[in-house]
Write a protein that binds this ligand. Structure first.
Ligand code: SF4
Ligand code: SF4
Length: 180
């Protein structure tokens, strides 16, 4: 994945939401976002940033601090975080970077801004209980090799559990156009 084309456009003052950082500082997980002083330790220690030209946790935090709400929530790179918590362990300001990224993802999901690959994965969990649909060919191959059938997923239970956290409702949302 790459950053959205919109993220490379010049910043207009009209897209800055000065209240965003304060809203984040009142949300569970991103309370300490105002403490970030942009040292870059999170990015330098992040295993994903090491292999990506665009993923920079420091930049995501900076965008949020600057009030670039729609840019950060529309950014595909937001979804590259592997939630390994290295940044959280290393941040000298105790910002809990991985939790901030989780909060930003939740806000993005509420706007329907979820990359298609994760939407497909989520739909698969709801339909089959598995994150990936097992191809029929593989099921047959197991049979031919005398392997036991795969355990059945329990999508009803999954749906029941996820309903309480607006997972299904958010999944059905269509992304708003950038800048909305
Ligand atoms: S390590 Fe902490 S203080 Fe440094 S840039 Fe990252 S979030 Fe900010
Ligand atoms: S939690 Fe995410 S941002 Fe932090 S180090 Fe791991 S992959 Fe990078």
């Amino acid at each position: 994945m790459t950053e959205t084309a919109a993220s490379k456009e010049p910043i207009k003052s009209s897209e800055i939401d000065p209240k965003f950082k304060y809203e984040l500082s009142r949300m569970h997980g991103s309370e300490k976002i105002l403490k970030c002083f942009q040292c870059g330790t999170c990015t330098s220690d992040c295993p994903v940033a090491r292999y990506s030209d665009t993923y920079r946790p420091r930049t995501l935090i900076h965008m949020a601090q600057l009030g670039l709400k729609n840019r950060v929530l529309n950014s595909d790179t937001l979804w590259l975080c592997a939630a390994c918590f290295t940044c959280t362990d290393r941040c000298p300001q105790d910002v809990e970077v991985a939790s901030v990224i989780r909060v930003l993802r939740n806000l993005a999901a509420e706007k329907g801004c979820v990359p298609i690959v994760f939407k497909e994965q989520a739909n698969s969990v709801l339909e089959s209980g598995y994150a990936f649909k097992i191809p029929e060919l593989r099921v047959k191959k197991r049979e031919n090799q005398g392997l036991p059938p795969l355990p059945k997923g329990n999508p009803e239970n999954v749906r029941k559990t996820l309903k309480g956290v607006k997972f299904i409702a958010n999944l059905e949302k269509k992304a708003e156009p950038h800048g909305q």
